[in-house]
Every structure is written in structure tokens, then in C-alpha cells.
Ligand binder design. Structure first.
Ligand code: B16
Ligand code: MG
Length: 217
């Protein structure tokens, strides 16, 4: 199977679309502090860690002077609301073609991993009944440096015991593509070629991916 031995998948925006739940929870938090939070702003939080997202939102609302403790409380409150929603998720919310493509990789002997910024990755994989499809899960609980730092994908490759040059990363965020490239891996963008300009290939979703395309990279 070509020289690709491992596929590392971002979670949000690649396997499942949790952006709508993040949006609702952040909006509730922002509204509670007296300002609005738009879908356009939510777009800018894709792939961004929870605390970094909060900092951006406080900035947009011109909120200053919050202590670290207060920021932690706000992030915890948002996460509680977010968890109420993701705990209701079912496998019906897996994005089109995602399960099938990951399974076809495994059938071809290609190793599979998740590389996500989300600390809620285990809950989401569990709710989607996808945990068994991945050999390794690296998420926000085990990384210290956010994308575009390559740490999350480098850890995935190391845990799979596959050299970066033989790994492909699937990502929907610009910072995620940059993280893959910085880690010496090939990158497939999920989204639009106009946005994900540094990717080796861009497709609209995993339903448009095939093993033949992996071979041609
Ligand atoms: P949590 P990904 C990212 O996941 C999301 O895109 C981003 O919007 C979110 O803030 C981040 O996870 C942290 O999520 O609050 O659950 O730890 O795209 O890297 O899979
Ligand atoms: Mg993502």
C-alpha cells in the first residue's frame, strides 16, 4: 500500500462536527456576560484549545480584568454545557464516509490514530462508538503545545511506531495542516482548497477519499 503506513485524523471537523455544540455553549457564556458571539467568530475557534478560545472570546467582548481562577471557572462552565450536548450524540452524527474510510485504511494494514486538541475526545469517540477504530488516541489531555506545533501528530506517529514521512494527517483547520507539515508529514485538508492552501490534497469530506488517492500523494 504505497509508502503510507499510518493515517492520523483530527476529530472535530473531520470525523464529526461538534462546532455547533461549541458554538451554543460559548454563546450562552458570552450572552451571560452581556455580549453576543457570532458564528463567524466561532469559525475562528476551530482547532483552538479551550483556554485559548476563552481568551479570544473575552477579547471580542472587551472583557478585561478576569483573574486566572475566574477564567478557569468560565471555561469549566462552558465545558459543562458542552458536555450536556455531546452526551446526547449518537453514531448518526459521524460525518459521511468517515467510518468507512478509516475502516478501509485498517483493512489495508494502515495504522490509524486520532490527533485532536479536544479534551473531550474520549467522550465523543465513545458516544459515536468509534473508539475501537483507532490504534492510538492523542488529544488535549496529553499535549502541551497547541497546533500549529506538531506535538499532537508527532506523539501519534511515535505511539504508532511509524516515521513521520510515512504518515498522512487529515485536518480541517489551517493550524492543523501547518502542524502536520511542521512535523514532516503529508496533509490532506478537509474543506476548501482556497482556505487550506498548504495541504497536499484537499477534499470536501472523507466520503471523497479513497486508498488510491493516498497512494498517489
Ligand atoms: P475541548 P479538534 C478542537 O478539536 C475544536 O476544533 C475546538 O473548537 C475546541 O475548542 C478544541 O478542540 C478544544 O476542545 O474544549 O473539548 O477540549 O478540531 O482539534 O479535534
Ligand atoms: Mg478540527
Amino acid at each position: 500500500m504505497g509508502n503510507i503506513r499510518a493515517c492520523i485524523f483530527d476529530l472535530d471537523g473531520v470525523i464529526v462536527d461538534t462546532a455547533v455544540y461549541h458554538y451554543q455553549a460559548w454563546k450562552r457564556l458570552a450572552n451571560g456576560m452581556g455580549f453576543d458571539f457570532t458564528e463567524h467568530q466561532n469559525e475562528q475557534l476551530k482547532g483552538v484549545s479551550r483556554m485559548a478560545s476563552l481568551e479570544l472570546i473575552l477579547g471580542w467582548g472587551n472583557v478585561t480584568g478576569k483573574t486566572e481562577d475566574e477564567k478557569l471557572q468560565l471555561a469549566t462552565q462552558k465545558n459543562e454545557w458542552y458536555n450536556e450536548m455531546i452526551n446526547q450524540m449518537t453514531p448518526a452524527e459521524i460525518l459521511p464516509g468517515a467510518r468507512e474510510f478509516v475502516q478501509s485504511c485498517r483493512d489495508a494494514g494502515i495504522k490509524t490514530a486520532i490527533g485532536s486538541a479536544s479534551k473531550n475526545t474520549p467522550t465523543i469517540l465513545n458516544k459515536l462508538e468509534l473508539s475501537a477504530l483507532f490504534d492510538v488516541v492523542v488529544d488535549g489531555n496529553s499535549v502541551t503545545k497547541p497546533k500549529p506545533d506538531p506535538e499532537v501528530f508527532a506523539k501519534g506517529a511515535a505511539a504508532l511506531n511509524v516515521p513521520p514521512a510515512q504518515c498522512v494527517v487529515f485536518e480541517d483547520a489551517i493550524a492543523g495542516i501547518q502542524a502536520a507539515v511542521a512535523g514532516g508529514m503529508r496533509a490532506i485538508g478537509i474543506g476548501s482548497p482556497e482556505t487550506l492552501t498548504e495541504a497536499d490534497l484537499v477534499v470536501s469530506g472523507l466520503d471523497k477519499m479513497s486508498l488510491e488517492q493516498l497512494n498517489r500523494l
